[in-house]
Design a protein around this ligand. Structure first.
Ligand code: S3P
Length: 167
């Protein structure tokens, strides 16, 4: 039985907040891959981008995800770009239930306008930039097993919707 729940979606869609709530409610463990990367690299995500570049980050991100693919009773929250990798997508879809937390650029902008820790948005932070990144990724996000709309919903309301995927 698949007891690995994988949350994907853009920066600010609520993967970490909702993931923690869901894990608590379901009695599952919770892992956020960005946090795990920061721990094992002993460096913040922006510093990893600055010092080593995005390509390096993507490599360690992929390896980190692979460490958790056999997780049982686990909610795994991914960074917004992680599902772009084809092999990662295939493995996650085979091993877990992948859920796309969907949100519009406007709604994402409102949620993350005060967060400064996202290197991809440092230079040009706007609804347009978020929309541009989303447009490039949406095709892959939609390959998730399920999509849940998060706009206008509280983390608790989204969590409630996700409970039906808990076995
Ligand atoms: C990224 C999203 C971030 C983090 C990194 C890159 C992306 O995670 O992995 O800054 O490419 O969208 P969150 O989606 O948790 O913000």
């Amino acid at each position: 039985m698949k007891t690995l729940i994988v949350l994907i979606g853009m920066m600010g869609c609520g993967k970490t907040t909702v993931g923690k709530l869901l894990a608590k409610k379901a009695g599952y463990d919770f892992v956020d891959t960005d946090q795990e990367i920061e721990k094992s690299e002993n460096m913040s995500i922006p510093n990893i981008f600055n010092e080593h570049g995005e390509q390096y980050f993507r490599k360690i991100e992929k390896n980190k995800i692979l460490e958790f693919i056999n997780g049982k009773n686990l909610v795994l929250s991914l960074g917004g770009g992680a599902f772009e990798d084809e092999e990662t997508r295939k493995i996650l879809k085979k091993n877990g239930t992948v859920i796309y937390l969907k949100a519009t650029p406007e709604c994402l902008f409102e949620r993350i306008k005060t967060a400064i820790h996202r290197p991809l948005l440092h230079k040009n932070f706007s609804v347009e930039t978020i929309g541009f990144i989303l447009k490039k990724r949406v095709n892959n996000y939609e390959k998730a097993h399920h999509t849940v709309d998060t706009c206008g919903k509280t983390p608790d309301e989204v969590c409630e919707k996700l409970m039906r995927f808990v076995k």
